[in-house]
Design a protein around this ligand. Structure first.
Ligand SMILES: *Cc1c(COP(=O)(O)O)cnc(C)c1O
Length: 400
């Protein structure tokens, strides 16, 4: 198949024409249950009426003015993010990687503003994913993303999450910050224990480092709190968000305290598109829903149901499912069969999952999923596990 697209994605040969809530439909009307949400992006599902209304209303008024002018809806969204988090200020981006770029630059600039420009190094963790720009692939440290792209951007030191000694040893006079995802998403839905986050906060305070959280995947309700770090009780100095905040419209943000952002004065950073009127109209509409009383309780209820039933599936199909992981509706199944086979078998059952590292598949349904829809997903997962188990038995019998 020749394609005019740069072949960087191994795409599934499927195309969807329409979405409604947790459902996606192909042109011939085949319906798929979407437990991928476009990689944790469609936080309110597809074609949520409130988001459609907000976007179309804004589209008829004004699309773009650039950040040379004030954008009142952007100021309103920033104020709501500030009112509901540790942060004092917000910088908008179009993507997660750009939000991380802002976070990285801010951490370096902070120390420069303090008269210590030599402090520019950031400690990151094995299995991390922070995006695909030159700096964020260096931060993520994965060889497969770095290879062939020239010298790795300097300034990132990577340690294992569970190696407290290596972490302490990595902190030196050039260290500016520690950067971590509260739950590693791409890395395989690996939850960082709350005690670990508290330890990182303490280390940062002791050594004058900034704590940067990458909540691009975990933020905006995905884990059952508005931001995942709330489970641990610690707050960061800088936080990157994206994915869920736009509900499908490209929007990211870098949030910070006044202190951490003190080097980012006029002219030090910028963006043409970031936080344009269309994006922030949708961002506000997403928050209207996510901040409504009871919404996060709903996320946690569905999460509990899924986790209980998934644990039962693991017990029934131990040769297929090794472990259930995650928080809220960022759930993962660590598998004993290749995750690609599992995801392909799920597609046969008209269920969309997303693969991740450490041989896992991610379950990332829209946060608006109902209990009945969750049960439908579980039934399909049961069918997948059952089929893979029968196939494995058949293969073993054939070999015997
Ligand atoms: C998706 C993701 C990113 C990168 O976001 P893009 O919008 O693809 O640039 C960064 N960090 C985490 C944790 C992510 O899940």
């Amino acid at each position: 198949m020749t394609s005019p697209l740069l072949p960087t994605f191994a795409r599934v040969d499927l195309q969807f024409e329409q979405g409604q809530g947790v459902w996606l439909a192909t042109r011939d009307g085949e319906r798929y249950l979407d437990f991928g949400s476009g990689i944790a992006v469609n936080s309110l599902g597809h074609a949520h009426p409130h988001l459609v209304e907000a976007l179309t209303r804004q589209a008829g008024k004004l699309w773009h003015t650039s950040n040379l002018f004030r954008i009142p809806e952007g100021e309103r969204l920033a104020q709501r993010l500030v009112d509901n988090s540790f942060a004092d200020q917000v910088f908008y981006t179009n993507s997660g990687a750009e939000a991380l770029e802002c976070a990285i630059k801010m951490a370096r600039k902070y120390h420069a503003a303090n008269g210590q420009p030599e402090r520019y190094r950031i400690i990151t963790f094995e299995g991390a994913f922070h995006g695909r720009t030159l700096a964020t692939i260096a931060a993520g440290g994965q060889a497969k993303y770095l290879e062939g792209f020239g010298p790795k951007v300097d300034g990132f030191d990577q340690v294992r999450v569970d190696d407290a000694e290596a972490l302490k040893a990595a902190i030196g006079p050039a260290t500016a910050a520690i950067l971590i995802e509260p739950v590693q998403g791409e890395g395989g839905v690996r939850v960082v224990p709350p005690a670990k986050l508290r330890e990182l906060r303490k280390l940062c305070d002791e050594h004058g480092l900034l704590l940067i959280l990458d909540e691009v995947q975990t933020g905006v309700g995905r884990t059952g709190k508005l931001f995942a770090h709330e489970w641990s009780g610690v707050t960061p100095d800088i936080m990157a968000i994206a994915k869920g905040i736009g509900g499908g419209f490209p929007l990211g943000a870098c949030l910070s305290t006044l202190e951490a952002g003190k080097g980012m004065t006029a002219g030090t950073h910028g963006t043409t598109f970031g936080g344009n009127p269309l994006a922030v109209a949708v961002g506000n509409a997403v928050l209207d829903v996510v901040l409504a009383p009871g919404f996060l309780d709903h996320v946690n209820q569905i999460s509990l149901l899924l986790r209980q039933r998934l644990a039962e599936l693991r017990d029934r199909f131990p040769h297929i499912i090794a472990e259930v992981r995650g928080e809220g509706l960022l759930l993962g199944l660590k598998l004993n069969v290749p995750n690609t086979s599992f995801a392909a078998a799920a597609l046969d059952e008209r269920l969309i999952l997303v693969g991740a590292g450490d041989n896992t598949v991610r379950l990332l349904p829209p946060l608006t999923i109902t209990e009945d829809e969750a049960r439908e997903g579980l039934a399909r997962l049961e069918a997948v596990a059952g089929r893979l188990q029968r196939e494995a038995r058949g293969a073993a019998a054939g070999a015997a």
